[in-house]
Design a protein around this ligand. Structure first.
Ligand code: ADP
Ligand code: ADP
Length: 226
């Protein structure tokens, strides 16, 4: 069973630019799928359509057999981690983690428990009362990850989440994301222009070019091909 299906999906921006062409793709339940390709090839547009942050020009996107074209981002049961963290600057780490649950009227006790659990998983307990500006880049990205995890979504989306980090942190966070997938076994779609990142993280890699899928295969298969 596929968790996410793209069926003949197109994106034409208002200025007429055709960014995604007839995309057909199925992401399997629990799969870690990486979308890789050069800057401007349509990866982010694809992810943003799935997240509901960008309108679909034609075609259909389904999450667990439910067509989501017209479903509000907040009701799609997905969580997205961005390159620029997108934390709320005026809120503490604790409030940042709790905000999405609060909006959904999750009981206070449950919010406290889930927030504490996620903070412990990510080793950010000591940062809970700080504001985002008092954190390093790596810590911010950990909080952004925590904010996604705490929602317990059906699908995680990552849009170049490690691009702003230095090389050492990038390797460390890559390992954390891999271990997160290993533990949660949630479907993940990860966008990057970095081929090494794609090869180390992806169970399946989809290579995009000029808004189209060029190739889709397991990392080892891609490696073997000329
Ligand atoms: P990637 O994530 O692979 O770098 P994007 O999905 O961000 O690529 O962009 C795909 C193409 O669509 C690029 O050529 C980009 O310039 C274009 N594009 C992105 N956003 C817009 C927009 N709002 N209006 C017009 N063109 C856009
Ligand atoms: P909520 O967490 O209840 O969606 P937010 O204020 O955090 O509320 O989000 C505002 C909007 O941005 C919502 O429509 C939500 O879907 C979207 N959004 C916020 N954070 C994320 C995220 N991590 N992943 C996906 N969408 C998000």
């Amino acid at each position: 069973m596929a968790t996410v299906s793209f069926r003949n999906v197109n994106k034409v921006y208002p200025d007429g630019f055709h960014a995604v062409h007839d995309l057909n793709l199925e992401v399997k339940e629990g799969e870690f799928l990486v979308l890789v390709g050069p800057s401007g090839c349509g990866k982010s547009t694809t992810l943003r359509m799935l997240a509901g942050l960008e309108e679909i020009s034609s075609g259909e996107i389904a999450i667990e057999d439910r067509v989501v074209n017209a479903i509000e981002p907040g009701d799609r049961d997905i969580a997205m981690v961005f390159q620029n963290y997108a934390l709320y600057p005026h809120m503490s780490v604790r409030e940042n983690l709790a905000f999405g649950l609060k909006m959904r009227r999750t009981p206070k006790q449950e919010i406290a428990e889930r927030t504490a659990e996620v903070a412990s998983t990510l080793g950010i307990e000591s940062l809970l009362d700080r504001r985002p500006r008092e954190l390093s880049g790596g810590q911010r990205q950990r909080v952004a990850l925590g904010r996604a995890i705490v929602r317990q979504p059906k699908v995680f989306l990552f849009d170049e989440p490690l691009s702003n980090l230095d090389a050492k942190l990038r390797v460390q966070m890559r390992a954390e994301i891999a271990s997160l997938h290993h533990r949660l076994k949630t479907t993940m779609v990860y966008v990057t222009h970095d081929q090494v990142e794609a090869m180390t993280l992806g169970e399946r890699i989809v290579i995009m070019n000029h808004g189209r899928i060029q190739q889709a295969a397991a990392p080892l298969e891609l490696y073997r091909r000329p």
